[in-house]
Design a protein. Structure first.
Length: 186
């Protein structure tokens, strides 16, 4: 299963990661959970972060940074398709900046999968780490009962199928603030 997880180191240079954060570090809303029994519920002990939809860019600067970020999402998708040529995609269905802050809740985002009957269409999930000045916040998979921690540094990306075979989580942030771009491609 791990073979279907693509890691790309330094996909986005550090100075561009800082620009992404500076342009979009505003207008956050609580991130909700979506599952079999819930649609849009905010449950901080399961998912404790805020999000900003960056596809909804307003200023010229935001649009420039968005276009750069989208080009990187398409670059990851292209690399994934070269490795797994049966993946067909046509667009980004969702692209968010996530902000995980240290707090008293139990979670960053507990184990979950990125697709289901109540979520937006998703075939390929992509996570890009934008900073490293935090503790905790590790990205982990549970593949057939085996936990695999994915080390991520500034600008590192992970791409994987959005289906039920790839449950993953972000551990609770203990100190600082963790920023990540998450996107889904269909």
């Amino acid at each position: 299963m791990k073979d279907y997880i693509l890691e790309i180191r330094k996909l986005i240079p550090e100075h561009m990661c800082k620009k992404i954060i500076s342009y979009f570090d505003n207008s956050f809303e609580d991130a909700a959970i979506t599952g079999k029994t819930s649609q849009g519920d905010v449950v901080k002990n399961i998912r404790n972060c805020t999000k900003r939809d960056i596809l909804d860019s307003k200023t010229f600067g935001e649009k420039l940074i968005l276009n750069y970020t989208k080009s990187k999402i398409f670059e990851i998708t292209s690399q994934y398709q070269k490795k797994f040529n049966f993946l067909n995609t046509e667009r980004i269905s969702q692209l968010d900046l996530l902000k995980y802050e240290a707090n008293n809740y139990d979670a960053g985002y507990k184990y979950h999968v990125d697709m289901g009957p109540k979520s937006t269409p998703r075939h390929l999930s992509i996570s890009i780490c934008l900073n490293n000045d935090f503790t905790g916040g590790e990205f982990k998979f549970n593949l057939n009962g085996i936990e695999i921690q994915m080390p991520q540094n500034i600008g590192d990306a992970i791409a994987f199928p959005s289906n039920f075979l790839f449950p993953h989580q972000v551990n609770k942030v203990l100190t600082g603030t963790r920023y990540a771009i998450i996107g889904w491609v269909v």
